[in-house]
Design a protein around this ligand. Sequence first.
Ligand code: NAD
Length: 420
Amino acid sequence: MSTIYTGPVFEMAKNQFTSVADYLEIPHNQRDRLLYPKRAITISCPIHMDNGETAVFQGYRVQHHLTLGPTKGGTRFAPNVDIGEVSALAIWMSWKCALAGLPYGGAKGGVTVDTHTLSKRELESLSRRYMQEMIPFVGPHIDVMAPDMGTNEQVMAWFMDTYSMYQGHTVNEIVTGKPVSSGGTQGRREATGLGVAHLIARAMQRLKMDPRQQTAIIQGFGNVGSYAAIELAQQGVKIIGVSDHTACYFDPKGFDVAALVAHASTHGALKGYSSEAAFDPAELLVQKCDILVPAAVERVIDAGVADKLQCRILAEAANGPTTPDADAMLDQRRSEIFVIPDILCNSGGVIVSYFEWVQDLQQLFWRRAEVLDRLRDLLDDAFERVMSRVEKDNISHRVAAMAIGVDKVAQAKATRGLFP
Ligand code: NAD
């Protein structure tokens, strides 16, 4: 069946769902209700450019299901964003929130734009116009946005301000991932990367790997990749490879993570950090390392790459980095490669976003240590539940994680019934 969502990323989310639905023995006549998004909104955002012309950007928001509460999900500003990609990301958010035990359905939004080509003023106009177009469809108890690739705390502050101006009063709880000065929470900025590193530590514990003897390669050095690198380095792991969209470096002797972070923050990217360590980005993921962290875009590990991976732990910090073909290959290599699937691995972001929403609703703010303790608590709980299911049913880590999420949504739909 061809729909507006049809495309490679949606097909990937659909294939994964079908494997899990088969495993859970969900009747075929109940599957479409679980898979297809409740709402998909497409908008045109016209803005004044600095050169005096008017440019129009296409924007999207997909709300996957409303069964457990409001929908929740990031907003991506990137050149290849389309409705199929956004819907797949919304579906993954649903299983992720359900796995973590959060009272949300999944959502995702995006604008097809290369933010590197915009001035700060143009980015602000686009952010504000996007939120303004979305006002009829979002709300603190309907759909709550957050950052994703190409958006950040500043964009969230503009979203919040735009929504608040239309309401006539400040509505902090309309978005998460805001600056702490504007109703954001302590710990949100680093939550996803910190969560990734925490789960890697749990996996190392299980596999009896001493962090101080391990090496890691990280693809993507934005919010998630850079904080994952900082946290792993603090655990004693040697970072031997890093890349972003401008540069790729590999050095078995290891990098000074603080210097990489400082360079990326001063220059906006990794380009220009080193000429000696420059490396072919197409070869980075298949280099020998103990921990591989894809933290950039989806579908970077296909069957060919999966066959050549030389890591012991694959920590999927990005959403959807592994194609279903690659999954089949990883399934055969289950005893060699310990996969921390994306909906578990990067769930630290939405968990702390949930804490931010709760704090905003209550206007009662927590200390950083409290935020991070609660984060680790929920991550440990989800990790253990995934591992128990793997052991009980001898299934892959991804199927186990998704099954817990899908099962929870399916049960909630079954008990609520079908209206009218
Ligand atoms: P970001 O925009 O801060 O950083 C993205 C990074 O990826 C940048 O360094 C960019 O240069 C790099 N990149 C882009 N294309 C690349 C390519 N082809 N090869 C190598 N590097 C490339 O985004 P982010 O927030 O760090 O998100 C990264 C991933 O993590 C995305 O898949 C996102 O959906 C996922 N994620 C983010 C959060 C969050 O809280 N930010 C939460 C959950 C999941």
